[in-house]
Design a protein around this ligand. Structure first.
Ligand code: PEP
Ligand code: MN
Length: 664
């Protein structure tokens, strides 16, 4: 490791990458030659060196912190002596010589400190062997702004601890976290004279006992908490079940690649389509590829319990072709899939080493070189597979996620409304939400005309900064009220990445406007949420550019996208924009995503909207989006193109008539 550290220093001094394949190949060739000369089996010797190189790469990732004064800052929930604090010490003491642990009151604050850049890592509990998953942590991870980069398993040993000199007979009250108390109820029931008091966490309970200095008080906490607060252990292992382990996740802002020679795990979160058999298909596909599934759990999204997220841990490296292919095969089967992280599998290799107290030897841990299926890799296979993976790398214009290829057509679900299943969907509403009365009348008109989705802008992308910019969050509240009243899901535009998460809590579909079609940060942000997206074509964007914009969203894992043609800029000035209806059949040929047409913005004039809407309907578009206003002449935005409620009703009757005629 000293040599590894010197190499790391040299590399950083010369700004060389941690991974240098040519140099590594040279070393492997030389090692094998030398092994043969010494009469050793070159295959085994080479394997040992591969693992040393893998280990040294891992170590070098952390050395940047050991160079100067910058010790990584690690946040956790709780106070010193808490199990999270112990787990953080266990993990980080083996990766770097210096680190700073910061305890915060909540899981969310610990994670947010990483997102804001105040901390380098957060360490949060994910699963306890007795009580199961910590769902709150999973929900936070599903927000998709951070990555799991490591895990650490910590045996939880609960002790009864009290003041020095106290014995069991002295104890009248025991303080601890409710879960810890529950896990020790056999012991506590045997001593029914002892009163039980729930406390915020185990270490805090220990601190209380220390501060109160009362011989009759005790806490249930770790041995380390006792040491930290100058207490002594009255009874050790008071838990009902002795084998009690908590798995903690190490979380960073960006992923850290795991060497293909180390056993790895990949965590993903998916949103399944509401179709029978989807999960079975996914599980079969994973099984057929020989990938071991080590965790599977579904739970509702807190802000919308009608949607479920499915969390899954796979044995395998996300950069290994087998794992990659499996995740690629999942993509078309689900509404969204996101990788929460890939990290060294601590159950198959103990890279966390032993805890600082040195009470556990890692000497007899098996260190195996595994592939995605957990099988040992023959030395040459790694190389061959790595080549195969670079061949299948996505190059521009080829094999994108948005391409039709041989995929089934995507059906986008907006609450109970389906777009892309062969039916026709009307989206309508005002350009901008202006006031409760205007929205109420517009929403009623949409409902009465047979509209399925209510539109309305609250953040308006206006060409002039002096025009009405929208009601913002107040407008979203009005939309929600109208949505509930008329049973219409809503679509509204987001203009900035910071708006996305909050709008997604209140709206069933998010719109990316024409002016933001190539706002790549915004596209990535909507790619990370569990809400469908209406992506409008930029007024100066080609169809290819529109597809690439959708690819940005899909690449983040969100497949629920409706593309919208809304007119492009041409030399023609008699309409606001030129509605490019040919985009509809072209998109049909190229992508599996459903297509919407917005004749209102394209036309810019009311009297042109109905004929263009009929044309779009005639060429089989999946949805149209129309702007309406109860009093168009008073509209704060896009009045000239707004249909009245009567216009909308007449148009829909016409479209239904055309439909019936066609059926005859
Ligand atoms: C809108 O739909 O309200 C809008 C602003 O449209 P576009 O982005 O197509 O101009
Ligand atoms: Mn408008």
């Amino acid at each position: 490791m000293a040599v590894v550290e010197r190499i790391g220093q040299l590399r950083r001094g010369n700004v060389m990458p941690v991974i240098d394949p040519d140099r590594e190949r040279e070393i492997h060739a030389r090692t094998m030659e030398r092994a043969s000369e010494l009469g050793l089996n070159p295959h085994y010797v080479n394997e040992i060196f591969r693992l040393i190189v893998a280990y040294s790469r891992e170590a070098q990732q952390w050395q940047k912190f050991d160079d100067g004064s910058a010790a990584p800052v690690v946040t956790f929930q709780g106070v010193e002596g808490a199990y999270s604090w112990l787990a953080a010490r266990k993990y980080f003491s083996t990766h770097c010589s210096k680190f700073e642990l910061v305890g915060l009151p909540t899981f969310e604050e610990a994670l947010d400190s990483v997102i804001k850049g105040d901390a380098d890592y957060a360490l949060l509990p994910m699963e306890n062997s007795i009580t199961g998953s910590l769902v709150e942590v999973y929900d936070l991870l599903a927000r998709g702004k951070t990555c799991l980069i490591g895990e650490v398993n910590l045996p939880i040993e609960s002790c009864l601890i009290g003041l020095k000199g106290a014995c069991l007979a002295d104890i009248r009250t025991v303080y601890s976290h409710p879960v810890a108390l529950q896990q020790c109820n056999n012991f506590l029931n045997r001593h029914s004279d002892i009163q039980i008091e729930a406390y915020v966490d185990t270490a805090d309970a220990a601190r209380k006992v220390h501060l109160d200095g009362e011989i009759h008080q005790a806490a249930i906490a770790s041995r380390e908490a006792a040491e930290l607060y100058g207490l002594s252990v009255i009874r050790e292992s008071v838990s009902n079940i002795k084998a009690n382990t908590t798995r903690f996740g190490v979380i960073a802002l960006n992923p850290v690649p795991v060497d293909l020679h180390l056993p790895a795990k990949t965590s993903v979160v998916m949103q399944l389509a509401s179709q029978p058999g989807t999960l079975t298909k996914i599980l079969n596909m994973i099984g057929e590829r020989g990938i071991n599934l080590v965790k599977l759990e579904s739970r509702p999204v807190p802000s919308d319990p009608t949607i479920h997220r499915t969390f899954m841990d796979l044995e395998g490296n996300v950069d290994h072709p087998v794992t990659k292919a499996a995740i690629d095969a999942i993509r078309p089967m689900v509404k969204s899939v996101r990788i929460l992280g890939c990290y060294v599998d601590s159950t198959r290799i103990d890279v966390n080493g032993s805890p600082p107290s040195g009470d556990k030897s890692s000497g007899e841990e098996a260190r195996t070189i595994c592939d995605a299926s957990g099988q040992p890799v023959p030395p040459e296979q790694g190389k061959v597979k790595a080549k195969a993976s670079s061949r299948t790398k996505k190059s521009s214009g080829k094999s994108r996620l948005v391409d039709l290829a041989d995929r089934d057509r995507t059906v986008v679900e907006i609450g109970p409304v389906r777009i892309g299943d062969g039916g026709f969907c009307l989206i309508a509403g005002p350009c901008a939400v202006e006031n409760p009365d205007q929205l109420e009348r517009a929403a009623r008109a949409v409902k009465e005309a047979g509209g399925r989705i209510l539109r309305g802008g609250v953040f308006k992308p206006r060409s002039s900064p002096y025009s009405f910019q929208g009601l913002g969050w107040e407008g979203l509240k009005l939309l929600q009220k109208a949505s509930e009243r008329y049973g219409l899901p809503i679509v509204t535009e987001v203009m900035a990445p910071e708006q996305v998460a909050r709008v997604a809590e209140g709206a069933q579909m998010l719109q990316i406007g024409a002016r933001n079609m190539q706002n790549f940060n915004l596209l990535r942000e909507v790619g990370r949420i569990d809400r469908p997206v209406l992506l409008k074509r930029g007024m100066m964007a080609s169809i290819e550019e529109l597809l690439n914009a959708a690819e940005y969203i899909m690449a983040q894992g969100n497949n629920q996208i409706v593309l919208c043609e809304r007119g492009i800029r041409t030399f023609e000035t008699s309409t606001r924009w030129t509605l490019d209806l040919s985009a509809v059949p072209v998109l049909r040929q190229r992508t599996h995503l459903p297509v919407c047409v917005d004749p209102s913005h394209a036309a810019g004039r009311r009297e042109l909207v109905a004929p263009l809407a009929k044309a779009a309907h005639a060429i089989g578009v999946d949805a149209i989006m129309l702007e309406i206003h109860p009093e168009p002449e008073k509209a704060l935005c896009d009045g000239p193109q707004a249909l009245t409620p009567e216009d909308l009703k007449a148009l829909m009757e016409d479209l239904e008539g055309i439909h019936e005629e066609a059926a005859l």
